[in-house]
Design a binder for this molecule. Structure first.
Ligand code: G6P
Ligand code: MN
Length: 448
């Protein structure tokens, strides 16, 4: 089994390789090819992987290349985890939006639109190459904004591209723990778009335990996602929203906190990662411990501004464990490769799941996975306000896809202007101008 990892010099690749090292079963991945545009970063991550594999018999082989087609040829699985424009680009996405008084965030609001406009053309190029060079491969997309990027790729790869995110699983597991249940036995009734979904039920041994959580403010305040929204608001909603909905329900508060922060998340990560890659470049450094320390620092500061805006304080030990996107990715590959049925929350085409969206709209929903891919499961309908938000944001995503396709400036303006977190067409116009000034990756807008 050959796995190609695009964005192979990326910081989270050791998580994926660590998960592969733990897989001893038949049909496991035996060859990993890392692809990245940056040979230095590839070298640094390859060193971390070599230290991870030390002493482990039959560890998957690792090769690295800067040639995309070579990486893709003959791949059974392709992980796409690229960051177009790097962390510098992410910091600019955040900065330009915040300067206009609207949310600058990696995947949400104006920042997410800018990132999508830069990423979609690159993702589409990758999808076309996969279709040509590895037509039977399954593409697992982690590249953010994950739902939008998965939809862009699905136009070329159909259901052979599946998007993943760890936040719904992380939320479900945390809620199961708080309720004293076994996270591995719980069915998480969750649906929406990526970073825009709601947990409406948590079934353990056939019983929905969510009402017990919602009735108990003490329990609601005992985990981070609960504290972020507050017990009253969660009781009003009757559901637990994905943590990224904090940017919607508490928009002014989060924008203010982001504006007041010393630097944006992207700028923090940019400096932190630059230090890490620099350190690991020196021969003789132990790469794996440096990587672990950097990861711990990164996780501790996750959503720091949101937590500050909500008065939540430092992260608790129990809240630090994420849903583990590498675990989701491995479980997905195993289910497909071995035809072992698994239930996973994934980003796939809607089909008839959410009545308000068309069949090709990519949504995030529990899926039953087997050798034929991921099949969305039936879920309870979303309440009206959530359907409204999902439709509004999907409409924005469609404008982003149209702008990436046509290069039309007017369509790009429309994408920003229609977003629920952008409050004026004038602001949308200024955002497009501001982003075009700082992003070489947006030069295609207005040119084609
Ligand atoms: C969560 C999100 C991911 C995101 C990750 C890291 O797990 O679901 O989409 O990539 O956080 O965020 P960060 O700000 O550390 O890059
Ligand atoms: Mn995510």
């Amino acid at each position: 089994m050959k796995l190609a990892i695009l964005g192979g010099g990326g910081f989270r690749v050791p998580l994926v390789y660590g998960a592969l090292l733990g897989d001893r079963a038949e049909g496991r991945v035996t060859d990993v090819v890392l692809h990245d545009l940056d040979a230095d970063r590839l070298g640094a991550i390859a060193r971390v992987l070599a230290e991870q594999a030390a002493g482990i018999a039959d560890a998957p082989t690792v090769t690295a290349t800067t040639d995309l087609d070579e990486a893709l040829r003959g791949a059974d699985f392709v992980f796409s985890a690229i960051r177009v424009g790097g962390l510098e680009g992410r910091a600019a996405d955040e900065r330009v939006a915040l300067a206009e008084g609207v949310l600058g965030q990696e995947t949400v609001g104006a920042g997410g639109i800018a990132y999508g406009l830069r990423t979609v053309p690159v993702a589409v190029d990758i999808a076309r190459r996969v279709a040509r060079l590895a037509p039977d491969a399954w593409v697992i997309n982690f590249t953010n904004p994950a739902g939008l990027v998965t939809e862009a790729m699905s136009r070329h790869l159909g259901d052979h591209v599946i998007g993943i995110c760890d936040s719904p699983v992380g939320l479900g597991r945390r809620v199961a723990q708080v309720l004293g249940g076994d996270p591995d036995e719980a069915f998480i009734d969750y649906v929406g778009l990526n970073h825009l979904g709601w947990l409406r039920g948590l079934h353990i041994r056939g019983r929905d335990e969510l009402p017990r959580l919602l009735a108990d403010p003490g329990l609601l305040l005992s985990f981070e996602q609960g504290r972020l929204f507050g017990a009253d608001w969660l009781q009003s909603l009757g559901a637990i929203p994905n943590e990224y909905l904090h940017y919607y329900y508490f928009n002014r508060d989060t924008v203010r906190a982001y504006q007041q922060a010393e630097r944006t998340r992207g700028a923090f990560l940019h400096d932190q990662q630059a230090r890490f890659y620099d350190e690991v470049r020196h021969p003789g450094t132990a790469a794996l411990p440096a990587w672990r320390d950097t990861l711990a620092e990164r996780e501790a500061a996750y959503m720091a501004e949101n937590r500050e805006a909500a008065g939540v304080g430092e992260r608790a030990e129990e809240d630090l464990e994420s849903g583990g996107y590498e675990k989701v990715a491995l479980a997905l590959m195993r289910a497909i490769a071995r035809d072992e049925r698994a239930t996973l929350i994934l980003n796939v085409r809607n089909g008839t799941t959410l009545a308000a969206l068309d069949a090709d709209a990519v949504i995030e929903v529990p899926c039953s996975v087997d050798a034929n891919g991921a099949h969305p499961m039936a879920v309870a309908p979303l309440p009206g306000h959530a359907t409204g938000l999902v439709c509004a944001v999907k409409a924005v995503e469609r404008e982003v896809l149209a702008a990436a396709d046509s290069g039309s400036l007017a369509t790009a303006v429309k994408a920003f202007a229609l977003h629920p977190l952008v409050d004026s067409v004038t602001v949308a116009r200024r955002l497009v101008e501001g982003y075009r000034e700082v992003h070489p990756g947006l030069a295609y807008l207005g040119r084609r």
